[in-house]
Design a protein around this ligand. Structure first.
Ligand code: PMV
Length: 333
């Protein structure tokens, strides 16, 4: 298989910058069918297809400027040059240029707490690079490039339901927008812990893949979940979508629990909230949950149940993924 540098060279024409600065915004995304495991480490090709919903105004703004030395600031705080975020950023940026850049990023979602901030960050970074170097690349190409920074970033270049279906062909392995608007759909964020997660998803997925005896079974199930979810979304079948998304996530956490040593992202507050979601469902309020590489939960529900769900979860942050309100200062062209 082709190496990363040659892959990039075939996707975009690397050249000198055409402007001094550029900025872009990318939404975070929550996977309803998870990406967990790699078929190819070099090019970040996934073992299974995944499908997500974008979080509209929750995501990352990235501003790039030509500079005399590399600099990274996250939410106004400069990152140390030996910090993991600095290294990860410039390992990525240096794949495209030898120019020094100042990268100012601002996240409207907690950083590295299983809330997909790295997905929106790499997507915003790629969109800003596209502007500064005037690649004029289509979304599919930018999605392939973002995938190299973080797999789930390939689903963060568009607003709405995005599927990442192709796991084998590096040229076709990108996020594709589904042509579906679902105005009644709501996402609730239950943030119990906004601190950085203990085990990064990259390490955690490799560890699960290598050591959990249930990993292959999860992959088989997840391929069926993808098909079910895709159909449920097309038909706007909320029950089918919610049930499948919740099953996909909880079964993944079960697989991680069986890794050696076990990976446990849930905290007591996570499990209390899972019970509460199940109690609400028993009481007739249709709400489902999903969980990523962290203790926080994301709830899926419809607008009609907003009051009941807010009454149960006072701390819930509600997102309308299909809001028609303009994004302010989004920098997206
Ligand atoms: O893209 P990564 O390496 O941060 O992995 C993302 C993993 C999950 O968020 C748990 C699942 C997903 O599909 O987004």
């Amino acid at each position: 298989m082709i190496d990363k540098k040659s892959y990039i060279n075939k996707l975009v024409q690397l050249k000198a910058p055409s402007v001094n600065n550029a900025s872009a915004y990318a939404p975070s995304n929550i996977a309803l069918c998870k990406y967990w495991g790699k078929k190819n480490l070099e090019l970040n090709l996934p073992t299974t297809p995944s499908l997500s919903i974008s979080l509209r105004d929750r995501g990352s703004h990235a501003k790039l400027s030509l500079a005399s030395q590399n600099l990274l600031s996250i939410n106004g705080v400069n990152a140390l040059s030996d910090s993991p975020s600095f290294k990860r950023t410039f390992d990525f940026v240096n794949l495209f240029t030898s120019e020094k850049l100042a990268v100012h990023s601002r996240n409207t979602i907690p950083t590295a707490a299983g809330l997909a901030s790295s997905a929106s960050y790499f997507a915003a970074l790629v969109m800003a690079l596209n502007k500064i170097f005037d690649w004029q690349a289509p979304i599919s190409t930018l999605s392939c490039l973002a995938r190299l920074g973080s797999g789930s970033a390939c689903r963060s270049l568009q607003h709405g339901f995005v599927k990442w279906f192709n796991c084998d062909d590096p040229w076709q392995s990108y996020g594709e927008l589904m042509d579906i608007q679902w105005e009644e759909l709501r996402i609730g964020l239950l943030i119990f812990d906004a601190k950085e997660k203990a085990i990064l998803s990259r390490q955690a997925m490799l560890h699960t893949q290598k050591t959990s005896p249930f990993y292959q079974t999860w992959c088989e199930n997840s391929r069926s979940d993808f098909v079910l979810l895709h159909k449920a979304i097309e038909q706007k079948n909320f029950t089918q979508m919610g049930e499948t998304a919740e099953y996909n996530a909880l079964s993944l956490h079960a697989v991680m629990l069986a890794a050696r040593p076990a990976i446990i992202y849930s905290q007591p507050t996570t499990l209390q909230a899972v019970s509460k979601v199940h109690e609400l469902r028993s009481a007739g309020v249709e709400v489902y949950l999903t969980q990523d590489a962290g203790p926080n939960l994301k709830l899926l529900f419809l607008k009609k149940d907003l009051n009941a769900i807010q009454a149960a979860f006072a701390e819930l942050e509600v997102i309308n993924p299909f809001s028609t309100v303009n994004l302010i200062d989004n920098g997206v062209s």
